[in-house]
Design a protein around this ligand. Sequence first.
Ligand SMILES: Cc1cc2nc3c(=O)[nH]c(=O)nc-3n(C[C@H](O)[C@H](O)[C@H](O)COP(=O)(O)OP(=O)(O)OC[C@H]3O[C@@H](n4cnc5c(N)ncnc54)[C@H](O)[C@@H]3O)c2cc1C
Length: 400
Amino acid sequence: MNLTSNEPFWLLKNGIINSYPSVSKNISTDIVVIGAGITGSLAAHQCINDGYKVVIIDKREVANGSTSASTCMLQYEIDVPLNRLIEKIGEDGAVTSYKACSKAIDDLEKLNIKIKSGSGFKKKDSLYLVNYEKDLQEMQAEFETRKKFGFDVKWLDNQQLIKQYKLSGFKGGILSKQAASFDSFRFTHDLLAYNLKRGLKIYDKTAILKRINYGGKIHFKTVDGFTVTTNKVIYCVGFEATELIDDNFVNILNTYAIAGEQNVINKELNNTLVWDSSKPYHYMRTTDDNRLLVGGEDEKYSTPDKKLSLLGKKTKALVKYANNSILNLNIKPDFAWCGSFGETKDGLPYIGTHKKFPNSFFVLGFGGNGITFSVSGMEMISAWLKGEEHQLQKFFKFGR
Ligand SMILES: Cc1cc2nc3c(=O)[nH]c(=O)nc-3n(C[C@H](O)[C@H](O)[C@H](O)COP(=O)(O)OP(=O)(O)OC[C@H]3O[C@@H](n4cnc5c(N)ncnc54)[C@H](O)[C@@H]3O)c2cc1C
């Protein structure tokens, strides 16, 4: 599967931060983490914290999957609004999932400080905009529900949106006090480098040919003919999980993003992430080098060629959206890229064990909250390794 176009913004901004060797001898360990994106780096960090010998393997360069293409908005708000999620899975599951995402933002901030990452992590507000009059009532009900369950929210009408944010054409919006943004590519590199010093073994450009379960252990044969033997595996393989698991659990989409020229943004958005209620939705945020990132225009997943061929058209659509939404903006895109994005039936991730994979755990953070879900995955991994239940387990499990 092709996860990104050639030029995601963060890859160009940061360049190659660190490169690691491929597997070139037989290895034995306690835990293998497959996939060295943000999810795998968090999983490996957790396992090192819990005292295990850990090896992380990626078939690409590390952090070169979706992690390099992400717009890295951290929100407690799941793609499915709280009211709808309550209807789908009940109050306990919906509120627990929303609260877990909120906590994940704080957990990630603490970790970012601890490892002294240069990811530009910044706490922000989040503004959920209403595009159409017909959605106003539902969004006001959503606002009331969030307030009822203790989320720090404020309702803004269209005049307040214009005055405070120069956002025009929207009918109203929910302002939330809990959100953040950062650079997940840089953070992943920093976290891997931090744990390399704590004993983590990191291998990139290592493709796995097959998995053999034998003698209570798992043996991975690499394409280069070496064997990696382990007691447990944590799969953090992102959207390519669909190549491993044949259940119909996620709908893969193509998504598009642009980064505008520097210093032409409206400063009102420096502390606020913005997304809207259109389907598929659009979103915007600023970067620490003063660019406006704009994303959306999702399409059904198609071949890499088709995905790329649409880049010009999608870039124009994102430019138009931003210029129509922000007063006096004339955004000029410096960078445009596309990536893969996963949508699940309830907006929740798949994190847990799978009956076809013994001694294995999957952390597949899909949707607009992929990264916050990956952070919640750390606690869930820790519970699994200890043989304990986790409160999110029943809401994120396969076959739910
Ligand atoms: C344009 C765009 C915007 C986004 N915006 C946001 C956002 O604002 N907020 C948010 O939370 N999320 C966002 N996401 C989603 C977010 O980027 C993902 O949830 C996150 O990056 C997933 O990280 P990951 O480590 O699970 O996957 P990846 O970064 O894809 O890492 C998986 C790794 O596994 C490796 N791998 C796969 N299969 C194998 C195998 N068999 N053997 C060895 N290695 C393997 C891959 O090479 C890859 O490096 C966005 C995504 C895109 C594309």
